[in-house]
Ligand binder design. Structure first.
Ligand SMILES: *[C@@H]1O[C@H](CO)[C@@H](O)[C@H](O)[C@H]1NC(C)=O
Ligand SMILES: *[C@@H]1O[C@H](CO)[C@@H](O)[C@H](O)[C@H]1NC(C)=O
Ligand SMILES: *[C@@H]1O[C@H](CO)[C@@H](O)[C@H](O)[C@H]1NC(C)=O
Ligand SMILES: *[C@@H]1O[C@H](CO)[C@@H](O)[C@H](O)[C@H]1NC(C)=O
Ligand SMILES: *[C@@H]1O[C@H](CO)[C@@H](O)[C@H](O)[C@H]1NC(C)=O
Ligand SMILES: *[C@@H]1O[C@H](CO)[C@@H](O)[C@H](O)[C@H]1NC(C)=O
Length: 467
């Protein structure tokens, strides 16, 4: 019942917001990409990473850290892109998949960042089909050939799907047929086709065909410049007014909006939490509180909603940001205390609560979310929380230096609280630590100079380990 109600709300509010969004984006001045790059590129074991350069300036409305270079949907932990919300479904800790607020917030923030940084790039090869309709004498249109130049990488599609219809894409040389279908009961020969069942039609659909193929078939594409044909099937009066293919900017903008919409629809109105229901144990004695409320999810979702609110100025969005902050300051549902003394914002709040994991990056992301929220909606309790948590982090940073690997960081403090082995940060998490400390040190320079210096010192120290 509740689910259906939510779905209804989704459709009621989806359209007006998207119109506002597009309007604001068209009318705002997009800052030019600076010639001196805000990022430093690092190559390591065939991977490319980015940290922040001295010319990087954080702004709560603009791109988020180095997330423009993230590709959340390509991660192995993304099972597929959800059929109703067009957001990633995570397989982390639950193989059948679940909607994981941290991953969804990251998906939205990465597309937002790409949109802000790359929207000036002049895109080529964007195609539009108007008025796709079945032929008079049968249920389908004829096959239309897409222009040859459309690379498989750029197969971003946007359209509104009517009831009881299906849009078919045939990748000729790869011999794959991808079907976006709202005919949920019809028999379709599944073996030769990849079917995306689109619930809730009529509705807007924003997908990346390459991602759908990668996630849903076990095959990889052989021909990256394949010939693609398309066909629309449905009842005689059904129609797709406009199908846009290849507009990545539009996709980035809408993926941000899909994530925002999911977050607005699924927040618990009382606690402000995006509750997570998957089970996870740590050793034999500890497990996540069920359901759990991750401080990192609260912080990253707030960072995303702050960017939405900067566009919409909609008071509902402001209230969602305020609610997101609630578990971080008004209860201990997402918090722990180190040595009964230092407050911490827990990515994974454990039971019993006396024990904590003290994951470093989760707390730093949560802090950034609080700073973002406080920028658009200054509150005395958030000022106080920022003072308290920055003080804790500055005191606890020495514990995050690996004792055996010179100037390398550790991921959490389970070696102290659970007597585990040192949990050395992976290469990519070590860079995440550097990036977050660099950014926060700069943000806090004026308001918290001594904390800022400590953050800067540890960012530099961790840097020596990779240079
Ligand atoms: C990096 O790529 C090269 C060439 O593709 C490969 O031979 C090598 O094993 C890769 N190295 C690592 C560390 O993955
Ligand atoms: C869609 O198809 C179903 C099952 O074939 C049918 O019951 C329903 O009336 C159709 N809806 C519309 C709007 O055509
Ligand atoms: C692609 O989408 C962007 C963002 O909505 C829009 O500004 C741009 O005009 C579109 N490009 C084309 C060629 O339609
Ligand atoms: C935003 O909304 C507030 C209150 O609803 C209003 O006072 C303010 O002028 C609005 N600002 C902009 C830029 O629209
Ligand atoms: C959280 O726990 C600490 C330590 O046990 C306690 O002092 C504090 O009052 C609690 N805060 C809230 C808001 O419940
Ligand atoms: C570790 O970091 C400290 C402080 O930045 C620096 O003085 C020291 O040289 C670094 N050690 C190594 C081995 O790079």
């Amino acid at each position: 019942m509740r689910y259906h109600f939510r779905r209804l709300i989704y459709f009621l509010i989806a359209l007006p917001i998207s119109v506002i969004l597009i309007d604001h984006i068209y009318n705002s001045n997009i800052p030019s990409v600076q010639s001196r790059s805000p990022f430093i590129t690092i190559f390591h074991r065939n991977q490319t990473y980015r940290i922040l350069s001295p010319s990087y300036h954080y702004n709560s409305r603009e791109s988020y850290l180095n997330f423009a270079f993230f590709n959340v949907e390509q991660r192995n932990r993304v099972l597929y892109i959800d059929y109703l919300y067009d957001v990633p479904v995570s397989s982390q800790w639950q193989s059948k998949g679940h909607l994981y607020p941290i991953q969804i917030a990251q998906f939205g923030l990465s597309h937002w960042s790409r949109f802000r940084l790359q929207s000036q790039i002049n895109q080529q090869n964007i195609y539009q089909f108007q008025h796709l309709q079945p032929n008079k004498d049968n249920q389908c249109s004829s096959w239309h050939q897409l222009p040859k130049e459309i690379p498989v990488l750029q197969t971003y599609i946007q359209f509104t799907i009517p009831l009881n219809s299906s849009l078919h894409f045939h990748f000729m040389n790869n011999n794959i047929e991808l079907v976006y279908s709202s005919q949920l009961n019809r028999d379709i020969d599944i073996s030769s086709k990849i079917i995306i069942p689109l619930a809730g039609s009529p509705r807007q659909v924003r997908r990346h065909m390459l991602t759908d193929i990668k996630k849903l078939s076990r095959r990889s594409l052989v021909d990256k410049n394949d010939l693609i044909q398309l066909q629309f099937c449905g009842e005689s009066d059904s129609i797709i007014d406009q199908l846009i293919i290849g507009n990545q900017t539009l996709y980035d903008q809408q993926a941000f909006y899909s994530a925002a919409q999911w977050l607005l629809n699924t927040q618990d109105m009382i606690s402000g939490c995006w509750f997570i229901h998957v089970q996870r144990n740590f050793g034999q004695q500890y497990r996540l509180r069920d359901p759990w409320c991750s401080a990192m999810a609260q912080g990253q979702a707030a960072s995303l909603l702050v960017r939405l609110y900067a566009l919409t100025n909609n008071s509902e969005h402001l209230l969602a940001i305020r609610r997101a902050m609630r578990p971080l300051w008004s209860s201990n549902i997402s918090r722990a205390y180190f040595n009964d003394q230092y407050l911490w914002l827990e990515e994974y709040p454990l039971e019993p609560p006396a024990k904590g994991l003290f994951v470093l990056n989760g707390c730093l992301y949560a802090l950034l979310g609080i700073i973002d929220a406080n920028t658009v909606d200054r509150q005395p309790h958030l000022d106080k929380l920022i003072d308290e948590i920055t003080h804790s982090i500055a005191h606890m940073l020495p514990h995050y230096v690996h004792p055996k690997i010179s100037n390398w960081s550790v991921y959490d403090l389970s070696h102290l609280t659970m007597k585990n082995k040192f949990n050395a940060a992976s290469y990519s998490y070590h860079l995440v630590h550097i990036t977050l400390l660099q950014c926060l040190s700069k943000i806090l320079k004026e308001t918290h100079p001594s904390v800022s210096q400590v953050f800067h010192f540890y960012a530099q120290r961790f840097m020596t380990a990779i240079s």
